[in-house]
Design a protein around this ligand. Structure first.
Ligand code: FAD
Ligand code: UDP
Length: 364
């Protein structure tokens, strides 16, 4: 007789989505084991001095998936927020991603859509086969844009040149021939009204769900009777590094509270050419909180120590992951979900979409 039919490792969005579905749809008992001292994984936020701060960097909700939006909207109301980012370059603050206004402000031009196309035609490089993230920018916008806005940011973020990174990394950023200065153009975007942690708490209200914090699953799993394990932690750790360690790019998040009403014009300002940090977030500008005389800002310092944030998008590690993937496919009583276990650069919405599909196809 199992104590729990399901044990889930990791209380991030993937683990909690699966816990919610199993508890509420199947009416089965679920134990969630989380090694941190809080739920919500990387979307965790908390209040300090009345300010909502995102511990693991700026998280903005956006999706094209109605199914995901309908699902999460059961657990939160949304603040209408459209994310805008400025990039600090050549002493100016220019819109990111690249659009007509970026070129006009950066080069003192007066382009419209047609003349932006001409400008790009004059500057872009002819590249037949796009093999790297560097190629993506050179082909779309040319070398000067690459050097000013992408080269150093990417090198700092990943610890290697964009020439060594899969095209998928920089392809996350669109190039636009219009005046749309939003970071995302998804139909659903916003911020959870009371924060992501509150949204996550609302997901796991069922009495069927028990959460054990501050616990590495390997210290406890042998003491629990269960039928299925759902694993959302790093995949190399699960297999005791039998094919060696997978590389995850890490970030160190450093925040401070300032005695000022406002620090910067928008929620996120990128600093492509600063030697150490990539960007500064001012949380009030994302959460639209009305707090006077104080504001919280965060700088992000990339490295190979700190919070494991990103699977490393070079061929070497994608190949190494395939060795683990072959093992994962053989498991009958373990289901793998989420960014760390699947070793995929997923946004929140895709993590939730995947978890919903896993529930429908593999669990229900
Ligand atoms: P996680 O949130 O990492 O959860 C996994 C959990 O497993 C963690 O809590 C971890 O502590 C726990 N765990 C690991 N190992 C063990 C173990 N051995 N025992 C017990 N527990 C364990 N997405 C967006 O949509 N919009 C954004 O703006 C955005 N911004 C981002 C900014 C940054 C800096 C980063 C890093 C990511 C961003 N994302 C964004 C992506 C988003 O954070 C992820 O898609 C999502 O949080 C992944 O959820 P998850 O459950 O897969 O993983
Ligand atoms: N990037 C860049 N300059 C910028 C913003 C992004 O070179 O001002 C590159 C960088 O390599 C980054 C990638 O584009 O990793 C994707 O950016 P995105 O904002 O999607 O990354 P996230 O912070 O969401 O992981």
């Amino acid at each position: 007789m199992a104590d729990y039919k399901y044990v889930i490792v990791g209380a991030g969005l993937s683990g909690l989505t699966l816990a919610e579905r199993i508890a509420n749809e199947l009416d089965e008992k679920v134990l969630v084991i989380e090694k941190r001292n809080h739920i919500a994984g990387n979307v965790y936020d908390f209040y300090q001095d009345g300010l909502l701060i995102q511990k693991y960097g700026p998280h903005i909700y956006h999706t094209k998936e109605k199914k995901v939006h309908d699902y999460l909207s059961q657990f939160t109301e949304w603040i209408d927020y459209e994310h805008r980012v400025l990039s600090n370059v050549d002493g100016k603050l220019v819109p990111m991603p690249i659009c007509i206004d970026t070129l006009n402000q950066l080069y003192g031009l007066d382009l419209d859509e047609d003349s932006m196309r001409d400008w790009i035609d004059d500057h872009k490089e002819d590249i037949d086969e796009v093999k790297s993230s560097e190629d993506v920018v050179l082909k779309n916008a040319g070398r000067d844009i690459y050097e000013k806005l992408f080269k150093n940011y990417t090198e700092k973020q990943w610890g290697t040149s964009a020439a060594n990174l899969s095209p998928s990394v920089i392809s996350r950023i669109p190039f636009r021939f219009n005046h749309d200065t939003r970071y995302f153009d998804d139909p659903y975007q916003g911020m959870p009204k009371e924060g992501f942690t509150k949204m996550c708490e609302n997901m796991i209200k069922s009495d069927n769900i028990h959460v054990g914090l501050k616990s590495d699953y390997k210290d406890y799993i042998h003491k629990i009777n269960y039928e299925k394990l759902i694993y959302t932690g790093p995949i190399d750790y699960f297999y005791d590094y039998k094919y060696g360690e997978l590389l995850y790019r890490c970030l160190n998040f450093v925040y401070e509270i300032l005695d000022e009403d406002s620090y910067q014009e928008v929620g996120v300002v990128n600093y492509p050419n600063h030697p150490y940090f990539t960007r500064i977030t001012e949380f009030k500008k994302l959460t639209m909180q009305d707090v006077e005389g104080k504001t919280a800002i965060m700088k992000e310092y990339p490295g190979f120590n700190g919070e494991k944030c990103y699977p490393y998008p070079t061929q070497e590690y994608l190949d190494k992951f395939k060795l683990y993937e072959a093992e994962m496919e053989k498991e009958e009583d373990v289901i793998f979900a989420g960014r760390l276990a699947r070793y995929k650069y997923y946004n929140m919405d895709l993590v939730v979409k995947d978890a919903l599909e896993i529930f429908e196809n593999e669990i229900r």
